[in-house]
Design a protein around this ligand. Structure first.
Ligand SMILES: *[C@@H]1O[C@H](CO)[C@@H](O)[C@H](O)[C@H]1NC(C)=O
Ligand SMILES: *[C@@H]1O[C@H](CO)[C@@H](O)[C@H](O)[C@H]1NC(C)=O
Ligand SMILES: *[C@@H]1O[C@H](CO)[C@@H](O)[C@H](O)[C@H]1NC(C)=O
Length: 315
């Protein structure tokens, strides 16, 4: 998303209204305030206006769905596709649990899915380009033990195939039993793409060993993946197990030179992880920025990077 933002209008804590930037494509004028406010989780100001770039609608788009014997094979195929440089619109991975949830909840208009690790590719470009890229991906996938390779013959079929990806979270939420205390803990980390097969495999095994029902879904082209864990939040033992599992996954991502969150953000839950990831000096710079823009802690207080209490008494 951040790459699509041209400029922002922001209301500051003291009531001033600023624009972060003008319209040319290129600018080296001043600090990058657009970048500063994006991802600050509302802790620095209220964004009231966002101007986005427009993209050219591609001549052709298509979707392919490819199954693999293991999540490691799928992740390895994805990493190969990236390293060869095949242009891909989107590349998503779902493990056998996630596919089973989608299949069982019937969220995709009655389509039946194999309950195995599956990758979803979106191709876009010219007609000839899309055809060529589909072939390249098919060959690379085959070299990584792919089983079925379905590609959409029509726009409608592409929508049906892609709907599995869109329904992933909702299907998982639909697994909760009413009144049971069931909740879905949804979290994410990101690592360098070369480490993705390792972290997904280890994290999955750990959840299985702890007896947790959890699925993995990844935006694999970004090295970013999500774990959705179905658990009973009225059961303190189970809750503690989930927490431990998430903390270990975050530590593992950091040990692999990754980040504690690819897109969910820090909020309250990952403040400690942010310190581990960046260190106190870097957090100190973030705190200085917070202090300069919002000395009275009016903007989403206590989130993101603050460690102790507000530096000043509130008004
Ligand atoms: C923000 O970008 C848009 C689109 O390029 C432009 O129309 C607008 O004038 C820009 N805002 C400012 C303050 O220059
Ligand atoms: C500023 O940050 C935004 C968001 O991260 C990014 O898209 C943009 O390219 C940056 N602009 C400059 C001039 O670095
Ligand atoms: C997918 O779900 C259907 C029910 O919706 C079930 O009949 C079928 O066995 C499932 N597929 C697999 C591979 O388990």
């Amino acid at each position: 998303m951040k790459d699509w933002v041209i400029n922002l209008t922001v209301v500051l804590a003291d009531g001033r209204i600023i624009k972060t930037r003008k319209r040319p494509r290129k600018s080296s004028a001043g600090y990058n305030l657009t970048g500063l406010f994006i991802g600050s989780e509302g802790t620095l100001g209220l964004v009231t206006e966002v101007t986005l770039k427009l993209a050219v609608i591609p001549q052709e788009t298509s979707v392919a769905v490819v199954t693999f014997p293991t999540i490691r094979d799928a992740a390895a195929a994805a990493s190969k596709v990236l390293r060869v440089g095949v242009p891909i619109g989107a590349m998503e991975i779902m493990d056998e649990i996630q596919m089973s949830v989608i299949n069982r909840t019937g969220a995709t208009g009655g389509k039946k899915w194999k309950e195995v690790p599956t990758m979803f590719f979106k191709f876009s470009g010219t007609k000839a380009g899309v055809q060529e890229n589909i072939h390249l991906v098919k060959d690379l996938a085959k070299a990584h033990k792919s089983q079925d390779f379905d590609f959409a013959a029509s726009g409608e079929e592409a929508t049906t195939l892609w709907s599995a990806r869109k329904e992933a979270l909702w299907s998982m939420l639909a697994m909760r039993k009413e009144g049971s205390g069931n909740e879905v803990w949804s979290t994410d980390v990101a690592v360098p793409i070369s480490r993705l097969p390792d972290i997904i495999e280890i994290s999955k095994k750990e959840m299985d060993d702890l007896g947790l029902f959890a699925s993995v879904l990844g935006h694999i082209g970004d090295g970013n993946f999500h774990e959705s864990i179905l658990y009973n939040n009225k059961d303190p033992v189970e809750r503690a197990r989930v927490e431990e599992c998430v903390h270990r996954m975050v530590d593992r991502a950091l040990a692999m030179e990754g980040t504690c969150t690819g897109e969910h953000g820090i909020g309250l839950g990952k403040k400690e992880s942010l310190i581990k990831e960046l260190g106190l000096d870097t957090i100190g710079v973030m705190k200085a920025i917070k202090g300069a823009l919002d000395p009275y802690w009016l903007m989403n207080p206590g989130k993101h990077n603050e460690m102790a209490s507000p530096p000043h008494e509130p008004y």
